[in-house]
Design a protein around this ligand. Structure first.
Ligand code: UT7
Length: 324
């Protein structure tokens, strides 16, 4: 028998405020047409004043618990993937733990920027397989609007806020790739690329939170290459091929990256969950948001083979293959 980490529930939260591309047209030298054609983004959500990453994460976690028919006391661990925590410390995850009324278990944050949810999922899987935890809430939550330079048109139009969560539970499997649950993961990073996407502030440097800086075009070229390679590597570890995949649920940074990666993987866009038009790039929140939307609209069903893949600052990138 093999222990598998199976998704029992999924949920998300988006701030009420929707910001259309026209909002930027009124403020900076850009156009709805440029944003749509270059990125696929039509609108994004921005958190309200006083609305924090942990608040959104708590709402997403509650939705995932509801979806699973479970209560917070059933959970042993909370992992939050975020680069925009409420405070430098304590972790956002411990704030979520308290917000859910949990008095036991453990909680910590994972920081791998836009790849954070993939890294958190792989960590949660390792903890479940090793017997450290039985039920883990894995959350991606971000308030990127707070680290955007609203004068920098090459970045400020691309990002949004939100949170998504999945509840993983240990289950006995056969060890074959017909099992439900996480089947394989592939994680990578290369710190030589730090200048491509970073924030120009931090605790031990400026003492400020800083603003996001990105070399979009070179990153774009790295993204397609590395995302296809990591998805292939994870599928190979799971003993599956492209033909076995029901859904690719990619990090939602840019529709052209999503389409380019699908093409490289020889997959149709009919098998890709796309939310970038409505959410923009929500960094670590984008994949759990897309999983939640994909399940709610009937795309992702039980037993479907799902590949999640992401790349972000670091660079850090990876993929997880699971049977829903
Ligand atoms: O989440 C982590 C991963 N993130 C990513 O993977 C993002 C990767 N990069 C991208 O998505 C794309 O590179 C962008 C959407 C950021 C940019 O698209 P691009 O096709 O690479 O455009 P570009 O950077 O080559 O810029 C083309 C032109 C430039 O003008 P010139 O130099 O050709 O005259 C920019 O100044 O577009 C200009 N531009 C804009 N124009 C109108 C840049 N931003 C804007 C804007 N509105 N908002």
């Amino acid at each position: 028998m093999t222990t598998r980490a199976v998704v029992r529930g999924v949920g998300h939260y988006l701030p009420e405020r929707v910001v259309p591309n026209s909002w930027f047209e009124e403020r900076i030298d850009t156009s709805d047409e440029w944003i749509r054609t270059r990125s696929g983004i039509e609108r994004r959500h921005f958190a309200a004043e006083g609305e924090t990453t942990s608040m959104m994460a708590i709402e997403a976690a509650k939705a995932a618990l509801d979806d699973a028919g479970m209560k917070s006391e059933d959970v042993d661990a909370v992992i939050v993937a975020t680069s925009t925590p409420d405070l430098t410390f304590p972790s956002c995850a411990t704030m979520v733990q308290a917000g859910l009324g949990m008095t036991g278990g453990f909680a910590f944050d994972v920081q791998a920027v836009c790849a954070g949810f993939v890294f958190a999922l792989a960590n949660a899987n390792a903890m479940i397989i090793s017997g450290q935890a039985e039920r883990v809430l894995v959350i991606g939550a971000e308030t990127f609007s707070r680290i955007l330079d609203m004068e920098d048109r090459s970045t400020c139009v691309l990002f949004g806020d939100g949170a998504g969560a999945v509840l993983l539970e240990a289950a006995e499997g056969t060890g074959e790739n017909t099992d439900r649950g996480i089947l394989a993961s592939d994680l990578n990073s290369d710190g030589r690329y730090r200048e491509m996407l970073y924030v120009d502030g931090g605790v031990s440097t400026t003492g400020t939170a800083g603003k996001l800086r990105m070399q979009g075009n070179p990153l774009f070229r790295q993204a397609v290459e590395k995302l296809a390679a990591t998805a292939d590597a994870a599928l190979g570890k799971a003993g599956l091929t492209h033909g076995d995949v029901d859904w690719i649920v990619p990090h939602q940074a840019n529709i052209r990256i999503i389409a380019g990666t699908a093409k490289k993987l020889d997959m149709s866009m009919d098998n890709v969950v796309v939310t970038v038009q409505d959410h923009g790039n929500t960094s670590a929140a984008s994949i759990p948001l897309a999983l939640s939307v994909g399940k709610a609209n009937g795309q992702i069903r039980e037993n479907d083979v799902v590949v999640v893949e992401a790349i972000g600052g670091g660079l850090a990138w990876g993929a997880v293959v699971l049977r829903w």
